[in-house]
Design a protein around this ligand. Structure first.
Ligand code: ZN
Length: 1020
């Protein structure tokens, strides 16, 4: 039933008070009031249900407390069977799309649905455009106008021309929902929002429709949505049971899908980024649920990302403050915009806009993780009144999915309206930000980043450039050599030299200082890649390639995510920041697609592949799994080329086949006239098992993604399955046990969740839950862990010659479970590394695990475990005083003097070999006496990589208390029985960002049965 509603007068009064916080031209009383239109027909039945499902009168607003009626346009009820936000109803993505397409069919001039791509599991992603007839008709011409603002070079940076476009163009406001699958409210809110925007004739909504194109992707993580709906339905039909937690969201990662906006490795990121760039979007607004009741975390807290245009920070303040103001005036409690979210990392989906001259926004509303109406009790810090939360949420309340939808829709409608009111300013800002991106070389700089044409890591260089390409960054290539000048290094603080006379040492120092005060030059060869900073998307390139520094003294003590990510370092390729504007006039051409180099060059019947730790070596190894490949154990020279240790010699394949496979894999092969005289061992396509827990699959997901992209096949199995396989060694050569991800203790990995009470938690496809498994794993009960049987199986596997590879928390598990002798864990006291890039040093370049690496390696570390080595099994390495120690006992004399015992002549102190932090202290003669715990040489751990010295440790990000981990082993190969356990303190495979360290894992896989190659003679 419908009736003609009256204007809700009380609301007008409230809105008259709306002094605009944003400093706008059209403010206050001249703005249209947020209220239903005087002649607006209302869908009474739907409206009654909205009221019924809203648990308190103040959990709604005059914008959403009714539903406008339309004669021909269906409401969400046709698909949902009830209203948006109704209890018990969560639609699958397919149903959401079905509704959006019904809307399009019924209102084709105001609604258009576009496919924007597919997910890893093949599900469709869509974007729905809702706007006026005129705007949708002019989409293409408007896009052409926005494109000129997005790339001001097209109008020669002409402000007058830009102003004309600003005065007539229609901006695009892009809303994305439910990237985080357990945050379930957005799809129904966005279905109803699309309906309102299409049919509501109230002046308030009509202005939005006429003034803005609202673009909506109702479901971002489509694979995860369908799994979540399955689980919710299972929960509804088993109301008294515990239900399984959402262990898989997308095919690969869970919550981290919202950390992929740097590496762009997931389809959902790529699809949203492409949509953003194609539509020339001004605002990207991503919907989340976790915080009561609406936290517009756009403003959040510092530190802000150092590469955003300050104009953006002002826009955040304007929109955020106005958003809070509007909703506060509606009397809706718990709406705020400051809070504990720093805006440092550019990894969030919404940050695509921040890094591409738009405006990023993010809501956290309050979700119930499903559509149940529940009594919710908050933590004191959640309901406390603070300076930025004057009307805080209630300590305890009944909360419904409809309440959540009311908040989401009200926030979005007020945002859209405010944005439309001020769209000329925001469009102008969009132009200015784009222009300032183009003007970067002459402003803050740099002028360009150069990736040298002679970088031996051409394959990883190409991969890095491909990420830039996905980010829509323009790449150029020098057609001839060019030289640039670097400014003198900053002089050291003069006060350090203020004291003392001119000693000889000081003079040397002064000479060196003088050298540092002079500019230096560098020539780059033809073929070098240049990423110019005079382009519209210079900001994202700069943010990814630059270094980050998070001060330990920063007032923000709890970084929200990673603090460092420098891509050149993590990819292990040279990236040179050039401030000299002359670089821009070097002869160069645009590169449209960067291809991995590959194929066979040279003449001869012996094929050699130089090893530069490029992951594609593994691609080729598995692609040609019948070919014979051997790894050179020493470097050699042939055909005028220096080949590194680990160079691969290929036999048993003809040139044409090798050329084709190497071309596809992205591997450069050199044909040689004769085989080099060098010791080799076989390089094998190992049979790999990949073990995950049922506790979390988040962090290991990045490993699966990497292996799938590289083309390394593996059997994916849970810890539960390990114990059920009769003979692991008969089936597998290598078992990868990547990080669980939340510093999971060994006991939890072994025991899993309690099974003495409660019900089984199945993760399997049934008619009730058809989407759960996808291409991943299944179980009848997620609760059991590895178990003692599984642990015994793993131990047997290693004893019989298998290789077990672990990282971070699974390394802790291996050490605590007695897998290896000679490695202990130090307890960190002050150490604080929050997702930072650290510097590491090769210790044993002869180990196959190190093949292709040079001395210095940048690694990703997030409070990694601190390993110490000992030659006495079960004994913790202790600080010892003695000749090797920098410390001395209390006694006579200065620190360098020997102490003496009174009344007898001085005695000779026996020499003790000094031991570095990453080394194994020598066992003393005293310790050897009748000591069965002394580990024989052949069984001692072998350190491959260690953390750099304290002063060199930090590359990017936050590092506090670094002394505790400096110099400690970062990668250790521990012989165990006939096999090996490889322990990583770093996470070598992470978010598609750490490709420079992938080969530590891939080398282990391919050299699994020759890991002792290059081990010193005394050793095994
Ligand atoms: Zn979220």
């Amino acid at each position: 039933m419908m009736h003609w509603a009256r204007v809700a007068k009380c609301v007008c009064t409230a809105t008259l008070l709306a002094a605009v916080l944003g400093g706008t031209a059209r403010a206050g009383q001249s703005e249209t009031q947020p209220a239903r239109g005087a002649n607006q027909p209302v869908d009474e039945a739907y409206t009654a249900k909205i009221k019924k499902y809203t648990t308190e009168p103040y959990f709604t607003s005059p914008l959403v407390d009714y539903l406008p009626a339309s004669k021909n346009v269906p409401t969400p009820e046709v698909v949902l069977g009830d209203v948006s936000g109704a209890p018990g109803i969560l639609p699958y993505a397919e149903d959401v799309y079905k509704y959006m397409r019904l809307l399009e069919k019924a209102s084709p001039s105001r609604v258009k649905v576009f496919t924007i791509g597919h997910t890893e599991e093949g599900r469709e992603m869509i974007a729905v455009a809702v706007s006026s007839e005129a705007n949708l008709k002019n989409l293409e011409s408007n896009r052409a106008e926005l494109a000129k603002l997005a790339d001001p070079r097209t109008i020669k940076l002409n402000d007058a021309e830009a102003d004309k476009i600003v005065a007539r163009a229609t901006p695009i406001y892009y809303i994305t929902g439910t990237i985080h699958s357990p945050e379930t409210g957005a799809p129904t809110a966005l279905m109803e929002l699309a309906y309102r925007l299409a049919v509501d004739e109230s002046p308030y909504v009509k202005e939005i429709r006429d003034g803005v194109v609202t673009l909506i992707t109702p479901v971002v993580e489509v694979d995860g949505r369908d799994r979540m709906v399955d689980i919710y339905k299972w929960h509804l039909s088993h109301p008294n049971d515990f239900y399984p937690s959402l262990i898989y969201w997308g095919k690969y990662v869970a919550h981290d899908n919202n950390r992929d906006a740097m590496g762009v490795t997931l389809k959902l990121t790529e699809n949203v980024l492409n949509t953003y760039a194609t539509w020339k979007v001004q605002v990207l607004h991503d919907l989340h649920e976790s915080v009561p009741y609406l936290y517009d975390n756009t403003v959040g807290d510092g530190p802000y990302n150092a590469w955003i245009d300050p104009i953006l920070a002002d826009e955040w303040q304007m929109i955020g403050a106005r958003n809070v103001a509007d909703m506060t005036k509606f009397g809706m409690p718990g709406v705020f915009t400051h809070g504990d979210f720093d805006t440092w990392s550019p990894g969030y989906l919404m940050f695509i806009a921040a890094m591409h001259n738009g405006i990023s926004r993010l809501y956290e509303t309050f979700g119930n993780g499903g559509a149940d109406t529940k009594e919710r009790t908050l933590d004191p810090e959640e309901y406390a009144r603070t300076w930025y939360k004057q009307n805080p949420p209630l300590p305890k309340t009944l909360w419904s999915q409809r309440d959540n939808n009311n908040y989401e829709e009200t926030g979005l409608l007020t945002s859209l309206h405010y944005f439309n009111e001020n769209k000329r300013m925001f469009l102008k800002d969009f132009y200015i930000k784009s222009k300032r991106s183009v003007q970067k070389p002459g402003a803050e700089g740099p002028a360009a980043y150069v990736l040298p044409g002679d970088d031996p890591r051409s394959e990883l260089q190409a991969e890095l450039l491909q990420v830039m390409d996905k980010q829509k960054v323009e790449i150029s290539r020098a057609t001839s050599a060019f030289t640039v000048t670097f400014p003198p290094k900053k002089k050291e603080d003069d006060t350090k030299h203020a004291h003392g006379a001119a000693k000889a040492a000081d003079k040397d120092k002064a000479d060196k200082d003088k050298k540092d005060t002079e500019p230096t030059t560098r020539e780059f060869p033809a073929g070098s890649y240049i990423i110019r900073m005079d382009q519209p998307y210079s900001r994202i390139a700069d943010a990814l390639l630059d270094h980050q520094y998070w001060s330990p003294d920063d007032p923000q003590k709890t970084p929200y995510d990673d603090t460092g990510w420098t891509f050149g370092e993590l990819f292990g390729v040279q990236v040179v920041r050039v401030t000299d504007a002359k670089v821009l006039s070097a002869a160069m051409e645009r590169v449209n697609a960067v291809k991995l180099p590959g194929g066979v060059k040279g003449d001869g019947a012996v094929f050699a592949i130089n090893n530069n730790a490029q992951p594609t070596l593994a691609t080729l190894r598995y692609k040609l799994k019948d070919a014979t490949m051997d790894a050179a154990e020493e470097p050699f020279e042939a055909a005028g080329t220096k080949f590194n240790r680990g160079t691969i010699l290929v036999k048993g394949v003809n040139r044409a086949d090798l050329d084709k496979a190497a071309g596809e894999a992205g591997v450069e092969v050199v044909a040689l006239g004769s085989a080099p005289d060098v010791k080799t061992h076989p390089l094998r396509a190992a049979r790999v098992a990949f073990v995950h827990t049922w506790l979390s699959t988040q962090t290991e997901g990045w490993w699966r993604l990497a292996l799938d992209n590289i083309g390394v096949p593996y059997d994916y199995m849970s810890t539960q399955a390990v114990g059920k396989i009769d003979d692991l060694r008969a089936k597998y050569d290598v078992i990868l046990f990547p990080p669980v991800g939340f510093n999971a203790p060994a006991s939890l990995i072994i025991s899993g969740l309690p099974t003495s009470w409660g019900n089984p938690l199945p993760w399997k496809n049934t008619t009730e839950t058809p989407n759960l498994v996808g291409k991943n794993d299944s179980t009848d009960d997620m609760r059991p862990g590895l178990g003692w049987e599984g642990l015994a199986k793993l131990q047997e596997f290693v004893a019989k010659g298998g290789v077990l590879l672990t990282a971070t928390d699974t390394s802790n598990f291996a050490i605590s479970s007695g897998f290896e002798n000679g490695v202990t864990l130090n307890q960190a006291q002050k150490l604080n590394i929050v997702g930072s890039v650290l510097s590491a040093r090769l210790v044993d370049s002869a180990s196959p695990i190190a093949y292709g690496y040079s001395d210095k390696v940048s690694v990703y570390c997030d409070n990694g475990p601190i390993f110490s080595l000992t030659a006495i099994a079960g004994e913790r390495r202790r600080r010892r005083l003695g000749s090797h120690s920098k410390e001395r006992p209390t006694g006579r004399g200065t620190i360098d003097d020997p102490d003496f015992a009174v009344g007898r002549p001085a005695t000779e102190v026996p020499e003790e070999k000094s031991t570095e932090t990453w080394e194994i202290p020598e066992v003393t003669d005293e310790q050897k006496v009748n000591n069965p715990r002394v580990i024989p040489d052949a069984e001692l751990p072998r350190v491959i990589l260690r953390y750099a010295d304290s002063k060199d440790l930090l590359v990017s990000g936050l590092l506090e208390g670094g002394d505790e981990i400096a110099q400690h082993p970062a990668v250790v190969d521990v012989p165990s029985g006939a096999g090996h356990v490889i322990l990583f303190s770093i996470n070598p495979v992470y978010r598609g960002e750490t490709r420079g360290t992938y080969s530590f894992v891939l080398n282990t896989i391919m050299n699994w049965d020759s890991l002792n190659a290059g081990r010193k003679p005394a050793e095994k």
